[in-house]
Ligand binder design. Structure first.
Ligand code: UT7
Length: 319
């Protein structure tokens, strides 16, 4: 039984952080950021917002779009790496706000690729006939991991959440998912937990990133991945209506689109005004293009993401 996308939603905090504002904080320029990343501004969660509040807002939209109530949901999977607690999981906190049922709920941690990994897990449960309706959420506040003095990271990351209701359907839906990890690159991108024994617990807890190295691996792996995803179905790039990529850097997105010989008019991008929202980036882009009417029922979608771990993955979907 295939899993189909029954509804989508997303949430972005109201607070904007523009490139001009960043120019006041670190040695950078609007021109450099736009040229090297394509980002103009990002949304930053205020103190009262976190992965849970944003995830709940996105989930409610997705449920409404799917014409379902939270009590209809059989499983909640949340892709995140920036919850307030080591435990309980963000998924359990979200479950508590959505329903009084004992719906199973758990987090998936695969950094920026988390949503694709979570979608893949949900797809297996539905295809196996275990569950009928699954809420898959990507929610992250990675701006809180960025050292305010580190121009490497603060120009890239923003906050947000996106959600999808996946339901058992009759045909189409998720055709396949493809997941990969390469732990040997762990030193290139990550965030260490604050140490409880250190004199300065925060000192080592900021995000570290070797941008140029991450960039190179991301371009190589994503190019291989999208071709492999199509080959698994004997499809050519012409079969794809929309590429819905992880929103990390316009140059990475363009390289992937070029590999597919897909014009940028068939690529959904939000990063100019969202920046990189990590696990939320793909579902935010997906929901944006569904709500503004670009993505229509019957379209073939290729979703892909790459992030810390490294972990990367794709999903081919008949929407
Ligand atoms: O989801 C995965 C998360 N991470 C990523 O996807 C990151 C992938 N990497 C990237 O997006 C890019 O590597 C960056 C946007 C991070 C950097 O772009 P780049 O073209 O790779 O720049 P670079 O690191 O090679 O630096 C080029 C120059 C350097 O100056 P010199 O040595 O040429 O004089 C940097 O010091 O740009 C300088 N630079 C900056 N200048 C202004 C680096 N960061 C900045 C900045 N503003 N924010």
């Amino acid at each position: 039984m295939p899993s189909v996308i029954a509804g989508t939603g997303h949430y972005l905090p109201a607070q904007r952080l523009t490139n001009t504002m960043l120019e006041q904080r670190v040695e950078t320029s609007h021109e450099w950021i736009v040229e090297r990343t394509g980002i103009h501004e990002r949304r930053i969660a205020k103190d009262s917002e976190n992965t849970v509040t944003m995830g709940v807002a996105a989930a409610r939209q997705a449920l409404q779009a799917a014409h379902l109530h939270a009590d209809d949901i059989d499983l909640i999977i949340v892709a995140t790496t920036s919850g307030d607690y080591a435990f309980p999981s963000v998924a359990c906190e979200i479950q508590a706000q959505l329903t009084t049922n004992s719906t199973p709920a758990f987090d998936v941690g695969a950094a920026c690729a988390g949503f694709i990994f979570a979608l893949s897990v949900a797809d297996q449960y539905i295809c196996a006939g275990t569950y009928r309706h699954i809420l898959v959420i990507g929610t992250d506040v990675l701006s809180r991991f960025c050292n305010p003095e580190d121009r490497n990271t603060i120009v890239l990351f923003g906050d947000g959440a996106g959600a999808v209701v996946l339901s058992a359907g009759d045909e189409g839906g998720i055709l396949s998912t493809h997941l990969y990890s390469a732990g040997e690159f762990a030193n290139l991108l990550g965030v260490k937990h604050a140490s409880r024994t250190s004199a300065d617990p925060l000192a080592e807890a900021w995000m570290f990133m070797q941008g140029r190295e991450v960039f190179k691996v991301a371009v190589t792996k994503l190019s291989e991945l999208v071709i492999e995803t199509l080959a698994a179905h004997q499809l050519t790039p012409a079969a794809i209506d929309w590429l819905v990529p992880h929103q990390a850097n316009m140059r990475i997105i363009s390289a992937t689109a070029k590999k597919l010989e897909l014009p940028l008019t068939q690529v959904v991008t939000t990063l100019a005004y969202t920046g990189n929202t990590s696990a939320a980036s793909v579902p935010i882009a997906l929901d944006t293009a569904i709500r503004d009417g670009r993505i229509q029922r019957g379209h073939k979608l290729l979703l892909e993401a790459f992030g810390g771990g490294f972990a990367w993955g794709s999903a081919l979907i008949d929407y």
